[in-house]
Design a protein around this ligand. Structure first.
Ligand code: SF4
Length: 76
């Protein structure tokens, strides 16, 4: 799955939402999040993010962000 990280906070762009083929972006408290169980790992959103906030969860140190993406996307 891909995860949205802190660079998204207060970002006003929604380019990622528009390109996602499975509509798995949701609104968190002050940033967008990706629902990990819906994300199909296509990677289309990553280059679209102007803030470079979207990263694959295979990168180190993203556990906290994965947890947060899971938590906030589950509330919908
Ligand atoms: Fe959507 Fe693909 Fe990005 Fe996952 S990797 S959030 S499916 S655009």
């Amino acid at each position: 799955t891909y995860v949205v990280t802190d660079a998204c906070i207060k970002c006003k762009y929604t380019d990622c939402v528009e390109v996602c083929p499975v509509d798995c972006f949701y609104e968190g408290d002050n940033m967008l999040v990706i629902n990990p169980s819906e994300c199909i790992d296509c990677g289309v959103c990553e280059p679209e993010c102007p803030a470079e906030a979207i990263l694959p969860d295979t990168e180190d140190g993203l556990e906290k962000w994965l947890e947060l993406n899971t938590k906030f996307s589950a509330e919908w």
